[in-house]
Structure formats: C-alpha cells, structure tokens
Design a protein around this ligand. Sequence first.
Ligand code: HEC
Length: 227
Amino acid sequence: MKYFFLSYIFVGAIIVSAFGFRGSKSELPPLEILPDMDQQAKVKYQASSEFFADGRGARLPVKGTLPMGFEIPSKPAVDGAKPSRVGFSSGLGYYDTGKMGDYYGDGLPKEITGDKELFTVDFIKRGEQRYNINCAICHGISGNGKGVTSKYGILTAFNFQQAGNLDPANAAAYRADGAIFDVITNGKGLMGSYGGNITVQDRWAIVAYIRTLQFAAQESKVTLPLQ
Ligand code: HEC
C-alpha cells in the first residue's frame, strides 16, 4: 500500500510537471531542452554587423565568383558583362512547371528544342552529368533504382528502366516528361525536391538523359538474346 501511494504521488508529480504549466506565461527565456536551431550565430538580412569594416551585414559575392543560378552571358553585354539570372524562374508555363493546364505535358519544351545553340548532343551530356551528380546515388547510374543508397535502406527509389516502356498506353509505368520534371522540382512521396538546386534548364536536360537511359535499357533487352 505504501508503494502504491508513493508511485501514485510520483506519477502525479510527473504529469503535473509535464502538462501542468502548459499555457502559463513567463518573462524568463524558455528552457531549451532540445534547442534545435533557435540560437544561431548569423546576421539577419538588412541588418548591420560590426564584424565587417564597412559595417554592412549583407555582403557582395566574392570577386570572381557567381551566386548559384547566375551565369556569365555567353556574349559580353554592351554595358559590361553583368551576370544574368538563369534557371530558377517561377513562371507558370510548360517550361517552368512541366504542366499544360492541369495535365503533365510530354516532350521537351520549345524553349529548349528551339534553341539551336543549346539543343545539341551537349545538352544530353549535361543531363548525364547532372543526373550522375544529383540522382544516381538513389536511382543508380543506369537508372535501375539501385543506387548506393539502396544498401542503406532507400529501397523504393524509382526504377526508370521499368518505366522504360515508352508506350504512353502503359500508364502505370509511364511518366510523361512533364511529370518527371515536376518530381525533380517538387519531390514526391519519399523523394525530396531538387528545384532549389537544379536550374530549370538542367532539369529538362536530366529528363532528356533519363529517356536515353530508358532507350539504352530497352535496346540491351532486345539485342542481348541475339548475341
Ligand atoms: C535520396 C534519394 C533520391 C534522390 C537523390 C533522387 N530520388 Fe527520385 N525517388 C526517390 C524515391 C525514394 C522515390 C520513390 C518515391 C515514392 O514513391 O515515395 C523516387 C521517385 C522518383 C520518380 C518517380 C515519381 C513518381 O511519379 O512516382 C522520379 C521521376 C524521380 N524519382 C526522379 C528523380 C530525379 C530526376 C532525381 C535527380 C534530380 C532524383 N529522383 C533524385 C529517391 C531519390
């Protein structure tokens, strides 16, 4: 009986200390058991900083570097070579969203196919490079969904080769180009979004490269038994 009362009081004290003070106000700074990132050694934007001699918190890019998403114009601008912003635009057209109205579109947008300087073999090579950097760890170099992370528990990365049936009638496996573009931009299910890391143009280059991976996988299926 004695132990029953003791544990009764003990449990009561825990419940009161955990929930009893919820909602009560205090002037003191909160107890931070798990501080997360509440306290950060950073300069807020638009704020000044004594750390720098000129007192400005916001810094200009280091000389000779370019912020992500900017590139030096291929032709020098008349008024000096100012970097132009490419890539992370947020337009509403097919090029920026992969959607035509409410539906995913298919095919590369005319902004890419219409640009003779851009849309060459190098475009797919660029896609290969970007794919190998950003996607291959999970989806595999060959697109078979077995990247290095499959050894560490990411087992559901999409197998592009299974979706290699390029027949749009095969709806379950088929993803329209715009749908792949959208997954890169916004992520889907267990996959995070890469829209903040990969420019719009590079996303389309990756889509084009995924198609070549699929063609390659299909080709090998057709030719192997004949060898
Ligand atoms: C960290 C691992 C990881 C990386 C990196 C990654 N993915 Fe994924 N991806 C996944 C997983 C896991 C799924 C399955 C998501 C689900 O169904 O929940 C997936 C699904 C997909 C799908 C299919 C979505 C659908 O319609 O069902 C596409 C397309 C895709 N990824 C493209 C890409 C591309 C392109 C890249 C590179 C820019 C990339 N992924 C990078 C893990 C990854």
